[in-house]
Write a protein that binds this ligand. Structure first.
Ligand code: SAH
Length: 339
């Protein structure tokens, strides 16, 4: 059975025409799917004969809300969604002054093995389909009853390890006949699969790329992020430079501050030198405690001192504000608990 949300718009048109139907039916179906209908019966402007044809070969995929938590502190909503095969993923809806942002997952689990990350414990189960990635936006938006205007691909999984489905998803979520979220309102976070960053640069999608850097040199990065042994910092920054040049978009870097591992003054100086040429923004994240891991965050003073050092060296750096602190909003933790 085919999930119609796995088709790109053009492919959907072709499919509908292959059923002997007019092309404009694809537009109607696409738009219904993006509104979050759960069956063909809800697509009331389609002839019954077409609905019957669709039911023979295809289905309307949905996501079940298995658990939902709303932060009393800031209104952040965390979902544990259940996929049709019983696997679970997490998505988080955050309220900012400019609207709602959703943080979505791209895989069930992850095989990147970053030492501080909860999502990679247990490895990769499977990648999400384009439809499953999109469904997080559709059904979270339906549940909160509001439009979601921004997307960050920073949930469970490595988006560039699920390249084709992520690209398909990006095309569909941006499409004017559907949810239509502008590329400039979409951020993709990667641990640094340099070859696919180069590929992404050639796709001509002006999304924001943010890189999980977390270390100022290969020595430290090798010990906390296994991907660095395949693509070292130099290869990664070359790809970032290419991305910035091709898209005209500024890259940003995430840097989780881990006490005693990557947070000294010397590390700050090294980091500043590294990213200076890219005019990048550095997002500092005090490392979140993960039960199975021994990493600790530094004190507020140490974190601020690291930021101030970067700032004094001409680097645009901020410490990420924590949202949903009371509901374990950081990804990977909820799914792990249920597993
Ligand atoms: N695979 C992608 C996106 C998922 S993780 C990536 O690596 O970018 C989203 C961000 O949270 C990444 O920067 C990741 O390194 C960071 N992260 C993971 N575990 C963390 C923890 N325990 N504390 C702080 N940040 C963490």
């Amino acid at each position: 059975m085919i999930d119609l949300k796995d088709f790109e718009y053009k492919e959907l048109e072709e499919y509908i025409q292959s059923l002997g139907e007019k092309k404009f039916r694809a537009e109607q179906i696409f738009s219904w799917l993006h509104k979050g209908v759960q069956s063909y019966a809800e697509m009331t402007n389609l002839p019954k004969t077409l609905r019957e044809k669709l039911e023979k070969e295809t289905y309307v995929s949905t996501l079940k809300i298995r658990e939902k938590y709303v932060s009393k502190l800031d209104g952040t909503v965390k979902y544990l969604f259940e996929l049709p095969d019983g696997n679970c993923i997490e998505s988080v809806v955050m309220r900012y002054h400019h609207g709602l942002t959703i943080c979505i997952s791209s895989q069930v689990g992850c095989r990147m093995g970053c030492r501080f990350c909860a999502s990679t414990i247990g490895g990769l189960y499977r990648s999400l389909t384009a439809g499953e990635i999109l469904n997080q936006v559709i059904f979270a938006s339906k549940d909160v009853g509001e439009r979601i205007s921004n997307i960050v691909m920073m949930g469970i999984g490595e988006p560039l390890d699920n390249y084709d489905n992520v690209i398909k998803f990006l095309h569909n979520v941006n499409h004017e006949k559907g949810i239509c979220i502008g590329y400039r309102h979409i951020t993709l976070s990667s641990c640094g699969i340099a070859d696919n960053i180069n590929r992404l640069a050639d796709e001509n999608l002006p999304i924001t790329l943010t890189i999980s850097l977390h270390a100022p040199n290969d020595e430290v990065r090798d010990t906390i992020m296994p991907i660095n042994r395949k693509y070292n910092i130099s290869a990664l920054l070359d790809a970032c430079g290419y991305y910035a040049k091709k898209t005209g978009r500024r890259i940003s870097f995430e840097y989780s501050l881990i006490s005693g591992v990557n947070d000294s003054t010397a590390h700050a100086e090294e980091l500043a030198k590294l990213v200076k040429g890219l005019h990048a923004h550095v997002n500092l994240i005090p490392v979140n405690k993960v039960e199975e891991r021994s990493f600790k965050k530094g004190s507020r003073e140490e974190i601020d001192a690291f930021r101030d050092k970067l700032t004094s060296l001409g680097i645009n750096a901020t410490v990420r504000r924590e949202l949903g602190a009371d509901i374990q909003a950081s990804c990977g933790q909820l799914r792990k608990k249920v597993l």
